[in-house]
Design a protein around this ligand. Sequence first.
Ligand code: SF4
Length: 388
Amino acid sequence: MVLLAFWISRACVTRWFSASLTEGSGSNVSRVPVSLADLEPDALASCLEAWGFNGRHAGRILRAHYRTGAADSSAHRLPERLGDRLREAFPSPGLPVVRRQVATDGTVKLLLGLKDGRTVESVLMPDFRADRAAGCLSSQVGCAMGCDFCATARSGFDRDLAAGEIVEQFLALRREAAGAGRELKTVVFMGMGEPLLNLPAVLAAIGRIAGNHLGGLGWRQVTVSTVGIVPGMDALTESGLNVQLAVSLHAPDDVTRARLLPMGRRYRIEAILAAADRFQAARRHPVVIQYCLLRDVNDGIHHAESLGNLLRGRRMHLNLLPYHPTGPGLQGVPYRSSTAEAMALFAATVRRQGIVTHVRRSRGCDIDAACGQLRRQTAGPAEVAAPK
Ligand code: SF4
């Protein structure tokens, strides 16, 4: 009987483990953690029933996990035997913090350890309102997009993250925010990886972060950011999830863009903006265009005028991002941030063309806040692959 119960327990965990592997559909996924964040309420209910407990405990267990991040839910008025069983099945209390950096502006960067020894970065950014914070989540370990100015690109692509690993980043940032007296109000998939190339896991994670009354964020508090993977943008539109979409354009013409973002050779700007138009028409809220200003590369007045021409009449919002230097790019170009004067002139030029434009502040300047920097610094040779 004991053996049978043990087998059922293992079978449940194995089934979720397999499900997690499917969500993180990248072929390089080898091991992913089995944590409560991997589970939908129905899956946990089935398992509780297989263990001989009432499946109705599932919602309470998961809500407690999302509130406190604890894998041990015995403190939440559950039968003691069930608490023991949960601790046995889910021994890991979230992803361990391998390294933590805090900037003078309050930005916190976490390097989180995954079950297979790899690491992933997540960032917490305090809002100007004292009680709020925003989080930046990774969707992959490394990235295959090869953007020339990005530190993550230099580490190459390793594997997709499973939905549970993405949710665990959210929970780690939520704990970090709570420790600073803030509430994690928004998250953006703008960390390591291209989220639209790991869409099943990203959608499943968003469903837990923003749906099912687990994570408690509203759909519009979640932003998916892409370099412009057109089929992925259309799939996100078709998913029906009412999230926000941000598109990293970074150049107003295909030639400059392809130099900065190799994916620009595959998907041209007009095709990307047409996919953004379709998303915007379906959701009825503006798509955000991200434009990172690089000195003497894409920050001239003629670039601003061309960008304005592209966006005029589209009702999209433009975010101008200061560049956070990360050393020479993949092609050896030492990118530099635009001067304050060039940024102001660029913003004024696009605004004159009627484009709603926000100039973003640089965050975490005194730490390795750019995506991929901390992992590159910390990782051993086995973890950081050669750039592709
Ligand atoms: S900027 Fe984003 S998409 Fe481009 S290489 Fe870096 S992580 Fe990947």
